[in-house]
Design a protein around this ligand. Sequence first.
Ligand code: BTN
Length: 267
Amino acid sequence: MFCVILILVIEMISELSIKQNLTTKFMGQTVVFEEVTDSTNLLAKRNLSLDEGALFIANCQTQGRGRLGREWSSQKNDGIYMSLLLKPSIAAEDISKITLIAGVAVSRVIKESKIKYPNDIVINGKKVCGILCEMVSGESKNPAIICGIGINVNNQSFDKELKDKATSLFVHTGQKQSRVKIIGDFLCEFEILYEKFLSSGIPPIMAEYRQRCVNIGKEVIATYQNKKIIGKCTDIDDDGAIVIQTENEILKINTGEISIRGILGYI
Ligand code: BTN
C-alpha cells in the first residue's frame, strides 16, 4: 500500500509511461510529450503530418485554451492536458459529434461523472473536464480534427472564481489519482467509440450519452448565436442535437458553439 502511494505521489507522465500498458490499435500509439507547451492543441497543429491517433500531451500549458475563447487553467503536475490528432473522412457538420464521443469516453473512465451538454464532464454539478475540438485544414483533402481534453486530476484547490464551478478527482475522492492510468483508459474507450462512430454514425452512441447527460428534464438557458433561449431540455436526439421546449416552439440545436446553463446556475 505504502509503495503504491509513493509511486502515485511521484508519478511522471512520459512517452514511455503512457505507451507501456496501452492496449489500443492506434489511439496514442504515437506520443509527443513536452514538459511545458503553449497548448497541446497548438502542438498538434504544428504536427499535422503525424498519424491518426497521435497523442500530444504536456505536464503544463502556458496558453491552455477552452471553448468560446476562455482560458483553461493548466498548472504543472495537476491535470491532464492532452490532444488527439484525428483524420476522419466525415462531413464538416459531423465534426462536433466527435466532442460528444470524447465526452462519453471520459465519462466512462470517471465513473462517478455525468455529461453537461455538449461536452463538460461534471461531478456533483462541478466541472472536472472540458473538451475543445478544432478543425484544421492540412495538406490532405480531409481536414484534420484536433480533440483537446483537459481533466482536473490532482488539483488540491481552485481560485476564487473557479471554486464554485470546478472540481478535481482529488477534491472529490480525497486521493491522488494516476494520470497515466486515466490517459490509458481514456484512449481505449475513445478508440472503441470512435471506430463505432466511423462505421455506424453517432446514433448508436447517443443512448449512452443521454443516460449520462445531466440536462435532460431540466430548465436551461442556451446561448447560441448571441441569442438566449430559455426552456426545458426534453432530449438530446439521435443526431446529437439538444432539444429545447420553449414557451412557443420546440428547438433542436446541433452545434459545438452552444453554451447551456441551468436557470439558477451552472446546471
Ligand atoms: C472547455 O472550455 O471546457 C474546453 C477545455 C479544453 C482544455 C484542453 S487542455 C488540452 C487542450 N489544450 C488546450 O489548450 N485546450 C485543451
